[in-house]
Design a protein around this ligand. Structure first.
Ligand code: HAM
Length: 536
């Protein structure tokens, strides 16, 4: 190999962000911060408090809440095995378990260790694991109840008694072995694909049903779904969401939650906002509608695409979501859920619409709006915005009464939404609402040792007063410094040379018009304050 080729080979690998993830850079991050700050402000005016949640949770939480058959859970989650790193289980192996079967004391020690591990979460606190442990407890009790054979009498008789004893133990030992292997000693965890499940988990874990109801919470942060990346669709994306848990299911709550998102979008001046609403009924009326839909779809099965054909069996409601051109005519003729809601759901839906009207929220009814998560009932909604192409849903949400109960909590009403922050930012940028390059208020051009000391002090005072200041680390000729100040978009250059320092009169240059002003040090901050107030 030539020296050149060897050098080429040595070149270190160039790393890139993993497909579907990306770096958010300045100045765009300033817009992210503004959006998040606005969310904090608007949501607080509606009485919501922030909850910060873990990024990973047991896989089972999402499977149970979002639904094992949904795309999100069945194909899009980032899932890991999470073996124990410390504690009891690391020291426990199958051999210890076999030994414990010969000593009630050892077995008791092992069982209390297992139970404590379930308490501490080291072993997943699932029905399966609890059942496995209680079955080890009861079967081992039966095992130890078998009387040990006496060693008295002739040897061959004693041996026979011993073999009979082993035979008697065998079925119990087998049962114990089965239970031991059923015990999932390691947890399977997933990066969160959404946060509603986590909020419900936290509501139960912290006994929030004892707080004044409803509990109103919001969150923001990254979510993870292994989807095919494209504009507006990422594998790590960000959501800003809110949930109302507990209390009643009054339609005014649904309407106020929607009013809050719309107020937030309005404050950000998001363009082309379109709110679609629907009711997908409840446990009583929806299954009947789904059966009717399935029957109707079967009649036209041959005319449907492969995806929809499959969904007739798995989830006929999702056929309504289809964007396939050839299916649109067929879907338009299908029965609509609004005509099949039970009396309570129909009344709830009508009241939600009335409440929205009272709040001046403009909506469009969309009977085809079904959501891709299993926990919804009654009100569902989606909001689209301008400039997003095919991935134009910027917010999705709905009511999910019963979800907390499904996760082991008390019967609890719930409603909420999540905004796709990446898409929100994209739409704001498309309509020219992105921030300009963040300029500095003051660039300090200094020359000379004495001036450097003064410049450091001036930077400290100006920053304390809230101005953004660029202080070059090394001396530069004034001409070069002014060029640099211009490139950084600085509004002013503060010129500090030995003359300025000894005279106590500082030169402030306004870069936009080139005007210069000589100011005594104490007047500088006041002058900059006034000029900032005029320009903003
Ligand atoms: P979702 O409709 O799955 O609902 O997601 C909400 C929003 O997150 C979407 O409308 C979209 O803007 C954004 N989003 C989803 N996937 C991606 C992706 N791969 N890339 C970029 N943005 C994405 C939920 O997550 C529910 N937890 C909402 C909810 C809260 N319902 C009740 N409470």
């Amino acid at each position: 190999m030539s020296e050149g080729a060897a050098k080429k080979e040595e070149k270190p690998r160039k790393f890139q962000a993993i497909r579907g993830t990306r770096d958010l850079l300045p100045p765009e991050t300033a817009l992210w911060n503004r959006v998040e700050q606005t969310a904090h402000e608007v949501f607080a005016t509606f009485g919501f408090g922030e909850i910060r949640l873990p990024i990973f949770e047991p896989t089972e939480l999402f499977a149970r809440a979002v639904g094992g058959e949904t795309d999100i859970v069945s194909k899009e989650m980032y899932t890991f095995d999470d073996p124990p790193t410390t504690g009891f289980l690391l020291d426990e192996d199958s051999l210890n378990f076999v030994n414990a079967q010969n000593s009630p004391e050892r077995m008791e020690r092992l069982l209390s260790g297992l139970e404590a591990s379930v308490e501490s979460g080291e072993i997943a606190n699932t029905d399966e694991n609890r059942n496995a442990i209680s079955s080890i407890r009861s079967v081992s009790k039966e095992l130890f109840a078998i009387p040990e054979p006496s060693e008295e009498g002739p040897e061959d008789v004693a041996m026979e008694r011993l073999f009979a004893y082993f035979d008697q133990r065998k079925p119990f030992e087998k049962k114990l072995r089965d239970a031991w292997f059923l015990l999932h000693k390691r947890d399977v965890i997933s990066l969160r694909p959404e946060a509603t499940a986590s909020v419900c988990r936290a509501y139960i874990e912290h006994n929030m049903q004892q707080l004044p109801q409803p509990v109103k919470l919001y969150y923001m942060g990254p979510m993870f779904r292994r989807e095919r990346p494209q504009k507006g669709r990422y594998r790590q994306f960000y959501q800003i969401g809110a949930e109302v848990l507990g209390g009643s299911d009054a339609p005014a709550i649904d309407a106020e939650v929607i009013e809050m998102v719309m107020t937030f979008f309005d404050r950000l001046e998001l363009q082309g906002v379109q709110l679609d609403i629907n009711s997908i009924g409840c446990r009583e009326c929806r299954p009947k509608y789904v059966e009717l839909l399935r029957a109707e779809l079967l009649k036209v099965k041959d005319k449907l695409g492969a995806d929809s054909q499959r969904r007739i069996e798995t989830n006929p409601l999702r056929v309504l979501d289809s964007k396939l051109e050839s299916e649109q005519g067929i879907i338009a003729a299908l029965p609509r859920i609004a005509d099949h809601l039970c009396e309570e759901c129909a009344a709830h839906y009508a009241a939600v619409k009335h409440q929205l009207e009272m709040r001046g929220v403009i909506y469009r009814e969309n009977w085809r709006l079904v959501r891709g998560l299993d926990y919804y009932m009654r009100t569902t909604f989606e909001i689209t915005a301008q400039g997003l192409g095919s991935q134009n849903a910027v917010c999705g949400g709905g009511r999910y009464d019963g979800l907390v109960e499904l996760l082991g909590g008390p019967p609890t009403k719930g409603i909420g939404f999540a905004i796709g922050e990446d898409r929100l930012i994209l739409s704001l940028q498309e309509s020219g609402k992105g921030p300009a390059q963040q300029g500095r208020d003051v660039y300090i051009a200094w020359m000379g040792e004495r001036a450097h000391a003064t410049a450091i002090r001036a930077a400290k005072d100006l920053r304390k007063a809230g101005f953004s200041v660029e202080l070059p680390p090394v001396e530069q000729k004034f001409g070069k410094a002014l060029g640099q100040a211009d490139k950084l978009g600085a509004k002013h250059a503060l010129i500090l040379g030995d003359n300025e320092v000894s005279e106590g009169l500082w030169t402030l240059k306004t870069l936009a018009d080139g005007s210069q002003l000589k100011l005594p040090e104490p007047a500088l901050i006041e002058h900059l304050r006034k000029s900032k107030a005029v320009s903003s």
